[in-house]
Structures are given as C-alpha cells and as structure tokens.
Design a protein around this ligand. Sequence first.
Ligand SMILES: O=C(O)C1=C[C@@H](OP(=O)(O)O)[C@@H](O)[C@H](O)C1
Ligand SMILES: C=C(OP(=O)(O)O)C(=O)O
Length: 402
Amino acid sequence: MKLHHPSKKVNLNVPLVSSKSESNRALIIQACAEESIQLSNISMARDTQTMMRLLDSSDHTLDVLDAGTTMRFLTAYTAANNRPSLMTGTARMQERPIGILVDALRTLGAEIDYQKNEGYPPHEIKNFNQTSEKVSIRGDVSSQYISALLLVGPTLPKGLELHLEGTVASKPYIMMTLSLMERFGVKYTWEGNVITVPNQEYQSGEYTIESDWSGASYWYSIAALSEECDIKIMNLREDSLQGDKAIVEMMEQLGVKSTFEADGVRLSKAQRADKFFFDFTHCPDLAQTIVSLVAALGMEGRMLGLQSLRIKETDRIAALQNEIKKLGLDIEVIGDEEIRVPKGGIKIEGQSIHTYEDHRMAMAFAPLSMLGELSIDEPEVVAKSYPSYWEDLTAAGFVIEE
Ligand SMILES: O=C(O)C1=C[C@@H](OP(=O)(O)O)[C@@H](O)[C@H](O)C1
Ligand SMILES: C=C(OP(=O)(O)O)C(=O)O
C-alpha cells in the first residue's frame, strides 16, 4: 500500500480508537464480578474483540491469535475459575514466553501442562485448587504476568500475596491494573516489593474507556513531521491511567506541544531540541514511533530500556534496524536494551517497509510518508490495536493507494 501527503499541512479532530489495555482489564474485571459493571467505549481493537469473544465462548480451545494481554489475562482467568481450556495463538504467540505466569499459577495451585515447548503456549489448564496465596514473580520480562494475577486476585479464596523480584518494567501497566481494580471497590496494599490483594468482591460501577495513548503517538509523529498542524485527538485525558501518556513529555523534545482541553488534547508545533534521550523501560510500545521519528528528523538519539522489544509481536529491535537501514541510516544497537540513532537523516524514495506482522511497525513508519512516497507491506496488521488507522490518515490528507 502506497501513501504520501501532498500538502504536509494537517488540521483535524482525530476520533482515536480506545485503549485495548484498559478494555482488556475492564473486561476481565467485569467477568470476575458478581455485581453489574457497565463499560462504555470498549475498544474496536482485534485484541479486545478477541477477548470478548473468548470470554463468551464455551469451547475448550481458546485461540487468542496474536494478543499478548488476552493470552496472559485469560490464562490466569481460566485457571482461577477452574475452567479447563487449551490456550493457543499464532506461531509468533507460541514463541512469546508464558512460563513465568504458568509457574506462578502452579505455585498457587493450578495444574497446567505444556503441549509443545516448555514455557511457551499452547498450554492446557486442567484444574485449580488454591494451596497457597504467596507467590514470587520476576518483574523484568513482562508486566502482563503480574497484571494477570492481580486481576483475579480478589476472587482467589485465600487472596494473593505477590512478591515482585528484581527490576519491575512496564510499571505504569501494573498501576493501570490496580487503579481499575480500585475503581471497582477492590482494596490492596503495595509495600516494598509485595502487593497484597485479599479475597473480596468486585463492586458494581461504571467506567468509560479512554482513547489509546499508544495510538496517539502516531499522531504526534505526524505533527512533528508536518509543516503546519492543528490536530486535536479526542477523548484523551491529562489524568490518564495509561503510562504511554509519556509521549507528551517526549514530544516536548521533538517539537510538538500538547494542550489539554475538556474533551481531548490539541497538538501544535514547537521548538525542538538538538538531541533526543529517553528510557523506554516503562513505555516500550512508544519505542518504534520515536526511533523512526528521530531518524526521520535527522536528529541524534539515544534510547534505553528496550529489552522487552525482542519478545513482542516481532523482534522489534531487529525490525527497526532493518527498515531504517533501507531508508539509508544505520542505527546502532547496543546489547538488548539500547539504540543509538546517528545524526544524518533518511531518504524516502518509494521504499517499501516490511511490517513483520507487527501493527506498530506499520503505524510507526506511515507518518514518515509526510517526507515522500512510502509503501507499507501488509497494512491490515493495524487491526490488532487500531483498525481505523488508515481511514483516520485519509481524513488527515494522506493519499493512500492500494
Ligand atoms: O498490560 C498491558 O496492557 C501491556 C503491557 C506491555 O507489555 P509488557 O509488560 O510485556 O512490556 C505492553 O507492551 C503491551 O502492549 C500492553
Ligand atoms: C506488545 C503489544 O501487545 P501484546 O503484548 O498485548 O500483544 C503491543 O500492542 O504493542
């Protein structure tokens, strides 16, 4: 699919997709609750639609496709509810580790068997009889394991005492989980490295899912690359539960100013810094947006805290390196956690960006077509988190040809 932006001026209100992270948590809470929980603005993201479909399903095999949160949250949910199931997903999902969560559920009293490779889906949840409430869990591989256990914590007969070991990455996602639980009446404590959730009922309540800050990052990139812009992204809040609101702070270095209004955030052009620096440990989903943008702006950049990118929808570090090289720039990868973007810039001359079945590769590179015609392979990948992305880009003046 080819795209370019003839005028390089962008003025519109973006009806952004709502957050799949908030939606998937709220849906698990709703499924755990005895009381009525009213949710509005549930995400159209495929990951959320898959979560809804599987929560309603009585099939033994639950295929999450490529949805990480759906896999991790449903593994804990089906185990805690003693609902036998075979959890599976795409070939890539079968390469994304689940062992840390399965070990924790086994410590609590679940019987779970692997079908192919130890530590990876598919895995069969056989039964659950809680034998312990105490469990230790590493925090440096994926916060989704921790969120998965916390969400079902109140429903466990003995409650949950979760001991976090080592560095805890993606921490705002854990806070998002706890804040949503608290919103539905759940009491917890977090002291030192121990989170305790006693057995209790979720209370009735309502929640309107906020727009998706990770999806908003592509609009910030468009603003940064435009010649003129007045973009308003709807339904984003200054007091967001989403850690990817960190995009506001990052974009202050990259020439985009955010002004919060009652019903969204307005983006306008501002001065940018000479160099970019940020640690992405707590907002890994923003890394592709920023690495590609810094390269496109011709700036020097240093990005840290990237270790979890290797085990996401694709090896995102390798994918970024390959695709930016096609655009004429060699980014330096240091170990598993750091990328350095040299000053210099890229050339967009009709190259084709491979997306590696990763929605964020497509969405992060598309704004670069502001600099010239670019082709994006397998554009349908965006359905995972932002199905209306290409329609929204068309409304913003991008010309898209199949
Ligand atoms: O809990 C969540 O909703 C998510 C947590 C993050 O994963 P990790 O904790 O594995 O970094 C993030 O990358 C993912 O897109 C969504
Ligand atoms: C990593 C992501 O999602 P998940 O882990 O839920 O598949 C993502 O949306 O970038």
